[in-house]
Design a protein. Structure first.
Length: 153
């Protein structure tokens, strides 16, 4: 199985990118992992049109054979141990997995409609680049849980 994180926006803030890279490297010890940063729709920023454009950008990168997991605060919440079991299910399912994070306006209805699963990191609204960091840390944690390694306490 391969995990791909498709995320709107390049992280130029310097706030999260080093930590995302660190957890991405750790994650790659357990699974093929790729972060794909996709361009924000700058032209119509803050309008439904921007969200739709970003949605089309995301969907164009999804392979039809991939399981699509969208990150959305209204999705299903898990504990870290439950998320580890969900990841185990993905591994057993054998399909590659695309995890989709929207831009600052969220995900277009077309993206939500394509989702096989909707995953919430909490009910809080996180900045999209922060959501990226929380997700990669939790995925790394999930693999350490599955391996019985001491990271998760
Ligand atoms: C700033 S949020 C968008 C908020 C937007 N008002 C909405 O209703 O979706 C940007 C993106 O970060 C991700 N995100 C933010 N908070 C999240 C959470 N608690 N759980 C999962 N994903 C989250 C989602 O992919 C979301 O599309």
């Amino acid at each position: 199985m391969k995990l791909r994180l498709l995320a709107i926006g390049k992280d130029r803030s310097g706030l999260y990118a080093p930590a995302v890279a660190e957890y991405g490297t750790r994650l790659a010890r357990y699974v093929k992992f790729e972060l794909v940063e996709l361009p924000e729709a700058k032209k119509h920023a803050g309008t439904p049109r921007a969200k739709d454009e970003e949605g089309a950008t995301l969907l164009a990168k999804v392979d039809p054979r991939e399981r699509v997991v969208v990150l959305d605060e209204r999705g299903k919440e898990y504990t870290s141990v439950e998320l580890a079991r969900r990841v185990e299910g993905w591994l057993q399912g054998g399909r590659d997995v695309a995890l989709l994070i929207g831009g600052s306006d969220g995900l277009a209805p077309e993206v939500l409609a394509r989702a096989d699963e909707k995953l919430a990191l909490s009910r809080l609204t996180l900045a999209h680049r922060l959501a990226r960091l929380v997700l990669v840390e939790q995925l790394y944690r999930a693999f350490t849980i599955l391996r019985g390694e001491p990271y998760h306490k």
